[in-house]
Design a protein around this ligand. Structure first.
Ligand code: ADP
Ligand code: TRP
Length: 321
């Protein structure tokens, strides 16, 4: 099975990214052909600061490796090191209906959040389709917010195949229902662009500050509460051991759940959960040259695969005269 996913180097990695995408990718490392990459061309739709993009790219590489991605067991690279993807994106854009892109929620949400509505932002799903189709990926692990983009990629693949003959594998999304959307501090989807995240790689003081800021209701301690409607519980359950989770669940249902205490427990759980990864990330960031070498080696492997698909595509559409 060929599995592929990417992440934008546009901010601090958070637990939504971890459960939505990184963990499922890393879990597949031992029994699949894995393609993992850092989508810096996509990040250009929102980051126009050279230093921030460079730093973000190196940090994203360190984060992925620190969390357990083994570059010898997968292909791991930076998107822009394989320029073939931009050519494929152009070819695909010539058969992407405008209506398909006009319906994309992500574009509308980002514009509503103040990101400039550039052509690149509008065409973002076409580049994402090119990312996926270029490597003939079969499965794409993502959070629920990316589901519509996967549908766009599938529609484009089918349209291309119908127009020019069987060329692309039609990819399937992999979305784990239990963690499809990790809530943020305010209960909306956790997202870098909403400023409501719990970052993975942060110091103890900042972590505690974030967790204590999780929004909870004002119901008195002794009143029964619905755990499934509680933002704090929905984050806590991702980290708590099963027996303790059951106890806390019962406190919600029967009364007696103390938000402050649960938050402090959550701080400790998070700190322990990512302890080793934090240490590894620090070491990796101490050797940016080593990280660049890993990424360049990955790009060379990815480029070989990309060239095969692009050659076929060029032939199919009539660019090889
Ligand atoms: P952000 O919304 O913070 O900018 P990205 O768009 O970079 O995050 O997402 C990277 C990956 O993490 C994608 O696969 C996305 O679906 C997943 N992801 C992001 N936020 C969440 C969340 N709150 N819950 C589950 N998955 C998420
Ligand atoms: N759009 C994705 C996100 O914001 C990132 C991405 C770009 C991606 N290309 C991809 C994810 C290809 C999976 C496959 O999270």
């Amino acid at each position: 099975m060929r599995i592929l996913s990417g992440i934008q180097p546009s901010g601090q990695l958070h637990i939504g990214n971890y459960f939505g995408m990184m963990q499922p990718m890393i879990a597949n490392m031992h029994h699949s052909e894995l393609y993992a990459f850092i989508v810096d061309l996509h990040a250009l739709t929102s980051v126009h600061d050279r230093a921030a993009l460079e730093r973000g790219t190196i940090e994203a590489a360190a984060d992925f490796l620190a969390l357990g991605l083994d570059p010898d067991r997968c292909i791991f690279w930076v998107q822009s090191d394989v320029p073939e993807v931009a050519e494929l994106a152009w070819i695909l854009s010539t058969l992407t209906p405008m209506g398909l892109l006009e319906r994309c929620h992500s574009y509308k949400d980002k514009v509503a959040k103040g990101i400039a509505p550039s052509h690149g932002l509008f065409a973002y799903p076409v580049l994402m389709a090119a990312d996926i189709l270029l490597y003939q990926a079969e499965r794409v692990p993502v959070g629920k917010d990316q589901k519509q983009h996967l549908e766009v990629a599938r529609d484009i693949a089918i349209k291309f195949n119908n127009t020019f003959g069987e060329t692309f594998v039609v990819p399937e999304p992999v979305i784990d229902d239990n963690v499809a959307t990790v809530p943020g501090l305010d209960g909306q989807k956790m997202s870098k662009s909403y400023g409501n995240t719990i970052p993975i790689f942060t110091d103890a003081k900042a972590l505690k500050k974030r967790v204590m800021a999780i929004v909870t209701d004002a119901t008195p301690v002794e009143d029964p509460k619905d755990p499934d409607n509680c933002n704090l519980y929905n984050i806590y359950k991702l980290f708590a051991p099963a027996d303790r989770l059951q106890e806390v669940h019962d406190l919600y249902v029967n009364g007696g759940a103390m938000y402050g205490k649960i938050k402090l427990e959550l701080v400790d759980l998070l700190w322990e959960h990512f302890r080793e990864a934090r240490e590894r990330q620090r070491q990796l960031l101490g050797d940016p040259g080593g990280l660049r070498d890993i990424l360049r080696r990955g790009a060379a492997k990815a480029r070989e695969k990309a060239a095969v698909t692009l050659d076929l595509v060029r032939e199919r559409v009539g660019l090889k005269y």
